[in-house]
Design a binder for this molecule. Structure first.
Ligand code: 5AD
Ligand code: SF4
Length: 470
């Protein structure tokens, strides 16, 4: 048994690249059994679930969307805010009920919550029916651990994050657009954030491995890759590489569309901006978390930039990258945020006129410095601020979307619309969701679409031209 420890999670001693290969003897041992997988949280978790799927299907499991039919339930959990945890705990109750009187029903917990010692304690005490808990650093051990399962609860969570995993297999959700991990972990230690503890310290994948993965995806017909990291501009610092060079090398593979998330405003170099501006296949879209517009709060958050520095960077991006769209993340109600602090945030939002923003109420995470800060602001007040912020945010996302009305834009079509079978959906280069009147044959192509309606969160359009030759 290995239990998580936040003190170990904080530190890193060495680093090694570990190449994963699946033991041939494991293939198809669970033939015919069914798995149900639910994913909570960010893109990193979504992509980890693609690895989990790949392992399970290699073992012979087949996917089911009906949990009652499943022999194995895997919950890939998120710890970023308390409500993400609440959802998982709620769903666990349902799993417990289904497991009653069934020996062939196994429950596995994976993901960020498993790296939190207080959660693991509660699993040991209150959720004894959970069969296996694995952490974020050892997903590749899932096949072995499943094979070794017995009547006792198994907890295999490592807090150290020395390894850089290479050679993972993924069963990707899409045949058009793919996530590509470029690095793991985060070293920024923003005081509110649990990620450096659940995902460990920053460590980069090798440039060559990343390029090989992108070329392989291109050969297999993928049109878009999104380079994934908690803080992509820190890519390569531990291995003598740089994100600007990586971006350029990926652009030179000829992959049709290249995106990246998430960028930290600190250390976003001019070189990176120039590379984004230079290559047509690097999409003009940047997610640039602000978190707060108050210098006081930014300092308490340990964000390493001031409002003025953020605005300078923002304006530089807008000037140098033609047609760039910028979105952001904002937290309201950080401990003792004053009305004045909050007004500073609104002021930055007014200045930046973001294309979109994810907005959150501060949620204390056990083990982080901000969770220990005294806080006099009531939840009522925080909720009111969130509402006021959302009004401003929505005003500008709507305004930006209206600018596209009656314009013809390139849209990469990803799939059929779930709500309306006469429509497909896709994204503009600036990452705006468009519902398009058109058939399935458009999926996987970048097509010209005339925008006929613009709302705050999506656009409607009609397909106006033959497929763009590729
Ligand atoms: N409370 C509220 N929001 C948070 N985020 C991260 N940690 C917390 C927290 N403790 C938000 C940040 C981050 C996004 C992914 O989630 O805005 O950018
Ligand atoms: Fe969390 Fe800050 Fe790292 Fe983002 S940069 S993952 S908010 S610690």
């Amino acid at each position: 048994m290995h239990l998580p420890d936040l003190n170990i999670a904080k530190d890193r001693t060495s680093k090694e690249n570990k190449y994963i290969e699946l033991n041939e003897n494991y293939k198809k041992v669970f033939n015919g059994q069914k798995y149900f997988l639910r994913t909570y949280g960010c893109q990193m978790n979504v992509h980890d679930s693609e690895a989990i799927r790949s392992y399970l299907e290699t073992l012979g499991y087949v996917n089911t969307e009906v949990i009652e039919e499943a022999n194995l339930v895997v919950l890939n959990t998120c710890a970023i805010r308390e409500n993400a945890r609440d959802k998982v705990v709620g769903f666990l109750g349902k799993c417990k009920y289904l497991k009653k009187n069934r020996d062939d029903f196994k429950i596995v917990l994976a993901g960020c919550m498993c790296e939190q010692p207080d959660f693991i304690e509660s699993v040991q005490k209150n959720h004894k029916y959970v069969d296996l808990v694995i952490g974020t650093h050892n997903i590749h051990e899932l096949p072995k651990l499943l094979l070794e399962l017995n009547q006792k609860q198994t907890i295999e969570v490592y807090s150290n994050s020395d390894e850089v995993i290479e050679g993972m297999n993924f069963k990707r959700d899409s045949k058009v657009t793919a996530w590509v991990n470029i690095m793991y972990g985060c070293d920024k230690f923003c005081t509110y954030c649990i990620v450096p503890y659940t995902r460990g310290r920053e460590r980069s994948r090798k440039l060559d491995s990343i390029l090989e993965e992108v070329r392989h995806l291109k050969m297999n017909g993928y049109k878009e890759v999104t380079l994934l990291g908690q803080n992509v501009n820190a890519y390569g610092r531990d291995i003598g590489e740089s994100f600007a060079n990586l971006l350029e090398q990926v652009a030179l593979t000829g992959m049709e569309r290249i995106r990246f998330v998430t960028s930290h405003p600190w250390n976003f170099t001019d070189e990176m901006i120039d590379i984004i501006a230079k290559y047509d296949n690097i999409m003009p879209y940047i997610h640039l978390p602000l978190q707060s517009g108050s210098n006081e709060i930014l300092k308490k958050m340990n964000r390493r930039y001031t409002k003025e520095e953020y605005l300078e960077l923002f304006n530089k991006m807008k000037e140098r990258i033609p047609n760039v769209a910028i979105t952001t993340d904002i937290i309201v109600g950080f401990p003792n945020e004053t009305e004045e602090d909050f007004l500073d945030t609104l002021e930055v939002v007014e200045k930046c006129e973001y294309d979109g923003a994810y907005t959150f109420i501060f949620s204390p995470r056990e083990g982080t410095p901000a969770a220990k800060m005294k806080d006099e602001v009531s939840m009522e007040e925080k909720e009111e601020r969130l509402q006021r912020l959302n009004e401003v945010v929505n005003k500008y996302s709507n305004k930006n979307n209206q600018k596209l009305l009656n314009k013809v834009v390139d849209v990469l079509i990803l799939g059929e619309s779930e709500k309306d079978n006469t429509k497909v959906y896709g994204y503009t280069d600036t990452m705006k969701l468009v519902n398009v009147i058109g058939g399935k044959e458009l999926i996987g192509n970048i097509v010209k679409v005339k925008i006929t309606d613009a709302k705050s969160f999506s656009l409607d359009g009609e397909y106006v031209e033959e497929k763009v030759a590729i």
